[in-house]
Design a protein around this ligand. Structure first.
Ligand code: HEC
Length: 158
């Protein structure tokens, strides 16, 4: 009796599984694409692309375009709408002392606002305007504090 019940459950469970495979990946809304371009890509450019871009591809991961970011590296980065199973978010939210934290310990850390903006984007929601503004300001501050050679916003070249 018990065995046949289990078999029955097994057959039922198999049907939704096949359906799930056929589902297309969730696509980004125009608002999410704008958020990526205005908030997330500048953040990656300032904090990640030196190691995850055209010059270096640490972990086989590039974060210098939306396409590359969604593609992932050795491991998937995230699935939109599932922030709590995102490997990228997990590493960004680690304690600064942790060996796996991103950016690595010696680098300038992300601020709380930058991390929240990243979380909000990966949640699959438009980033709230005040949060987007704060995260952008923090990215600008990180760029301003970076080596003069890394700056692109100074007309004097300083
Ligand atoms: C100074 C270099 C450096 C910077 C800057 C850096 N990373 Fe990394 N990252 C690495 C190295 C090295 C690895 C590969 C070894 C590992 O997985 O720890 C890695 C691996 C990763 C991985 C795992 C890739 C995979 O598929 O296994 C993720 C995700 C990641 N980094 C995200 C980031 C993010 C997000 C930033 C910016 C906020 C960032 N990293 C900035 C050096 C860097």
């Amino acid at each position: 009796m018990q065995v046949s019940l289990l078999l029955c459950v097994g057959t039922l469970a198999a049907a939704p599984l096949t359906l799930k495979k056929a589902e297309p990946a969730p696509s980004l809304s125009p608002e999410q694409k704008a958020d990526y371009a205005q908030v997330i890509q500048p953040l990656f450019n300032a904090h990640c692309v030196s190691c995850h871009g055209p010059k270096k591809e640490k972990g086989k991961l590039r974060l210098d375009s939306l396409e590359a970011t969604l593609k992932g590296g050795k491991n998937p980065t995230f699935t939109l709408g599932r922030p709590n199973s995102s490997m990228l978010l997990a590493r960004v939210f680690l304690e600064r002392g942790a060996g796996d934290v991103m950016p690595p310990k010696a680098e300038r850390p992300l601020t709380e606002k930058q991390k929240e903006a990243l979380y909000s984007f990966i949640e699959g929601q438009p980033i709230p305007a005040d949060l987007a503004k704060a995260a952008k300001a923090d990215t600008q501050a990180a760029l301003a504090a970076a080596k003069p050679s890394a700056r692109t916003d100074s007309p004097t070249g300083k």
